[in-house]
Design a binder for this molecule. Structure first.
Ligand code: NAP
Length: 484
């Protein structure tokens, strides 16, 4: 692997140029606690320069045909794939996820970009039957304008592509702010975008103080929309700020996803699904399973199968061959997971596997937590109410279908849900009953470029993916044209 030098990614992109600052922030390798990079610690002035550049670039970019814009996107996807291995190494090093997952995420980046390069061509309008003779009623779709894009640390490459690709395809220019833990992969990806000779100012990237950059984007009326993925807490701050100039918002926020395993389920399939979802990215997945509800008649069998599989997971630095569980991204996430497990244990949960931090040899300062299976979990435990966002699998039992649906819905969140059953009538009752934006039945994979992913209740507003994800960056213009 090519060694990364501290200053390799020490620049922002403003108006087509790399901008360096004397004031920098450190990027930490979560497996070792070591500083692996420096990035500009930008604030108000840099953000305002980025907004100005995006505003200047908007008119000519939005007037290009969707096909012309798509050409830049396709070129970007090719460049990302040509550099896949180096990008995956950088992502794994900076974020902590196993290299295999990082490779998959980079491939996913190209898939989303290519899909929106084509979908941009289908921003169709409408002709509506008129009320008067000689009249034409039309609905056009136009780029919403300059957009502010704020991304989280858990899928810092994929979520960047899920925002940048539809924004560019729709004809928007943007200012992007990546998470402080994972700015380098964002700078690397935007550098590939700039290599396509994208017109100056269409794409701008600012790293630094989140409150200052966020409030500067929110306060500026030239920024017509904020697309944010992150915690519900920060989403609410942005929503309040957006009210001042009635800015549009897409909010992809936190979750508290249940999986319900019914007695007629294919148990091995359920175990595969739970393992694949729950422990991906060290449990730091917005639609990750938070709570496992299992019918009491199959409880022991499911728990035994899960325990067997969880014990085999290899915990190691993401870049170490064979790693399946890397470190957590941030020490604050590690503290939160430890607090939630301790609270559950104090209230009677049984630890069947894990339940502790790990100080691995050579990685004593890393943020590792053991993959954990907790049994006898009940509603008084804090982890049933909060998004765990870590490698913890809590098991609860149920006997009654209606009751378990009520328990699953008893949360302010509504991002995702999972159900295992072979009964078709029950599948429909689950589709109707569960208050979630995304539901998977007999499987746990949800995100695709062609499907609308998003939450209900406090899990968000708007959708990522699908034609709906493009519409988030388009504004409707209704025209009543009288011909005579
Ligand atoms: P986070 O702390 O909310 O941060 C997300 C982004 O917001 C980061 O870029 C962060 O910058 C920035 N930020 C923080 N405070 C801000 C402020 N006052 N104004 C503007 N921006 C601000 O979330 P995270 O810990 O990175 O990500 C985990 C959360 O994201 C989880 O709740 C997860 O469920 C959610 N998520 C949801 C989805 C979805 O599709 N629904 C997908 C992925 C993740 P700094 O990093 O510099 O603080």
């Amino acid at each position: 692997m090519k060694l990364i030098q501290l200053n390799d990614w020490n620049f922002s992109w403003i108006n087509g140029e790399k901008v360096q600052l004397d004031d920098t922030s450190e990027v930490i390798n979560p497996a070792t606690g070591e500083t692996i990079g420096l990035v500009p610690n930008g604030g108000k002035e840099l953000t305002q320069r980025a907004i100005e550049a995006a505003s200047q670039a908007l008119p000519s970019w939005s007037k290009l045909t969707a096909g012309q814009r798509g050409t830049y996107l396709l070129d970007w996807a090719d460049r990302v794939l040509a550099d896949k291995e180096a990008l995956a190494q950088l992502l794994s090093l900076e974020q902590g996820k196993p290299l295999e997952e990082a490779r998959g995420e980079i491939e996913g980046v190209a898939v989303y970009i290519r899909w929106y390069a084509e979908e941009g061509k289908r921003a169709y309008g409408e002709i509506i039957p008129a009320s008067r003779p000689g009249q034409r009623l039309m609905v056009l779709r136009e780029a919403i304008g300059v957009v502010g894009l704020i991304t989280p640390a858990n899928f810092p490459a994929a979520i960047l592509a899920m925002k940048v690709a539809p924004a560019l395809a729709a004809g928007c220019s943007f200012v992007l702010k990546p998470a402080e833990q994972t700015p380098m992969i964002a700078i690397a990806l935007i550098s590939h975008l700039m290599d396509t000779n994208l017109p100056a100012g269409v794409a701008n990237l600012v790293t630094g103080n989140p409150e200052v950059i966020g409030s500067t984007l929110s306060a500026d009326s030239r920024v017509r929309k904020i697309a944010f993925t992150g915690s519900t807490e920060v989403g609410k701050i942005l929503m309040r700020q957006a009210a001042d100039n009635v800015k549009r918002l897409t909010l992809e926020l936190g979750g508290n996803a249940p999986v319900i395993v019914f007695p007629d389920a294919d148990l091995d399939k359920a175990v595969d699904g739970i393992m694949g979802n729950k422990f991906e990215n060290c449990g730091q997945v917005c639609n990750g399973i938070n709570l496992i509800y299992v019918h009491e008649t199959i409880h022991h069998e499911l728990v035994e199968k899960l325990a067997e599989r969880i014990k085999l997971l290899k915990v190691a630095s993401g870049t170490e061959p064979g790693s399946q569980i890397g470190p957590m991204i941030d020490p604050s996430y590690l503290d939160k997971v430890e607090t939630l497990v301790n609270d559950a244990v104090a209230k009677g949960a049984k630890v069947l596997v894990g339940g502790n931090r790990i100080a691995r040899e050579g990685y004593q300062n890393g943020y590792f937590y053991a993959p954990t299976l907790l049994d006898e979990v009940h509603a008084e435990m804090e982890l049933t109410r909060r998004e765990i966002f870590g490698p913890i699998a809590p098991v609860l039992t149920f006997t009654d279908e209606e009751d378990v649906v009520k328990r699953c819905n008893n949360t302010p969140y509504g991002l995702a849900g999972y159900v295992y059953t072979k009964d078709a009538a029950r599948m429909f009752r689950m589709i109707d009953g569960l208050e979630v934006g995304n539901l998977a039945i007999n499987g746990t994979s949800l995100a695709n470029p062609q499907t609308p992913f998003g939450g209900v209740k406090e899990s968000g507003i708007g959708r990522v993916g699908g034609h709906q994800g493009l519409e988030e960056y388009l504004e409707l213009k209704y025209v009543s044209l009288t011909l005579e």
